[in-house]
Design a protein around this ligand. Structure first.
Ligand SMILES: NC(=O)c1ccc[n+]([C@@H]2O[C@H](COP(=O)([O-])OP(=O)(O)OC[C@H]3O[C@@H](n4cnc5c(N)ncnc54)[C@H](O)[C@@H]3O)[C@@H](O)[C@H]2O)c1
Length: 312
């Protein structure tokens, strides 16, 4: 992939061996000098292109961050403790990784005057009071993870306002696509596809009427590139599609695309689950020129194709 708007830069991608970070790394590596900074706790070396430098270190390692981590023209900060459940079990650790390390990164970036595009999350809104959710809507996170993301989202703005550091926070909604593996924290799409392809029942929590805004990984990469080149810094942007589906509809769509015999079964609702989520993306559209390009059906077909290849 060539990115005419983003070339010949020294780029650092923290969490670059993970799902989103590795797609970003692949997109950038063609025309830029990319370094991935990842502890590999959740990422996979196989996700990192061969010609990319790798710093295998923890973002909590201040020395590594200071020495190598921020020698770049641009930083994309994706590394995080990504599991909401784990953040509830280990809130202090979540804060250390998700807040303190990000804070150190912003400090280093500020000393070197390096723009930071960081991964925030729709989790900052908690149980939304309405949909679609605008950036200015109430934020009452329901987990340490959500609170930590809200904190760094605010820090990003403060570093811009107080110290002139160029920052952009991207509030991802539900990101999916090839490379996202099923597991404890995995997005619902990878779990459903895994169940459908292995002939197991597709398990929908509760009545399945809860809604989500699923955004395909290529559009998240696009948002990051736009954020790296925009003049509209010091801002946070919702990154979704502006459309939502119910989880029941999603399960049916995956049934259809995989042509599976798996039935959809309903299990107990999860306590604390967000009922409805959908991004208002007008701000990203207006100021970043961000436009989602991949429909849910097309994104799911591409994701299922990847899973099939992986299974072979
Ligand atoms: N996937 C989504 O739907 C979604 C939604 C909202 C926000 N986000 C955010 O996007 C970012 C990327 O998420 P993802 O889905 O690619 O997750 P992922 O787990 O696939 O990637 C995270 C990467 O960070 C690395 N990492 C974790 N802790 C680290 C540490 N202490 N030091 C160094 N590296 C560390 C992991 O090894 C992994 O490679 C995260 O910040 C996440 O919170 C993701």
């Amino acid at each position: 992939m060539t990115l005419p708007e983003f070339q010949n830069q020294r780029v650092l991608v923290t969490g670059g061996a993970g799902f989103i970070g590795s797609h970003l790394t692949h997109a950038l590596a063609f025309d830029n000098d990319v370094t991935v900074y990842d502890s590999l706790i959740n990422g996979d070396l196989e996700n990192v292109p061969e010609d990319v430098n790798l710093i295998k270190a923890d973002v909590c390692d201040d020395e590594a961050l200071h020495q190598d981590g921020t020698k770049a023209d641009m930083i994309f900060h994706e590394a995080a403790m990504v599991s909401v459940a784990q953040s509830i079990d280990e809130p202090v650790k979540s804060q250390a990784i998700n807040v303190d390390a990000t804070h150190s990164l912003l400090e280093e970036a500020q000393k070197r005057d390096v723009r930071v595009v960081l991964a925030s999350s729709a989790a900052i809104y908690g149980q939304p009071t309405r949909t679609p959710i605008e950036e200015t809507d109430p934020k009452e996170p329901t987990s340490p993870y959500g609170l930590d993301k809200l904190t760094i989202d605010h820090y990003a703005r403060l570093y811009n306002d107080l110290y002139d550091l160029e920052t952009v926070a991207l509030r991802y909604f539900n990101v999916y696509g090839p490379g996202q593996t099923p597991g404890d924290y995995a997005g619902v799409i990878s779990v459903f596809i895994d169940q459908a392809l292995s002939g197991e029942p597709i398990t929908v929590h509760g009545d399945g009427e809860q809604t989500r805004d699923f955004v395909f990984i290529d559009d998240v990469v696009q948002a990051n590139i736009k954020a790296a080149t925009t003049d509209a810094v010091g801002e946070a942007y919702n990154i979704g599609t502006g459309e939502s589906v119910t989880i029941r509809e999603l399960a049916e769509l995956i049934q259809d695309i995989t042509d599976t015999d798996s039935d959809i079964v309903h299990t107990d609702a999860r306590s604390g689950d967000i009922e409805h989520s959908e991004a208002d993306i007008s701000k990203a559209r207006d100021r970043l020129d961000y436009e989602p390009t991949v429909s849910l059906r097309e994104g799911l077909e591409r994701t299922v194709e990847w899973y099939r290849e992986e299974l072979e």
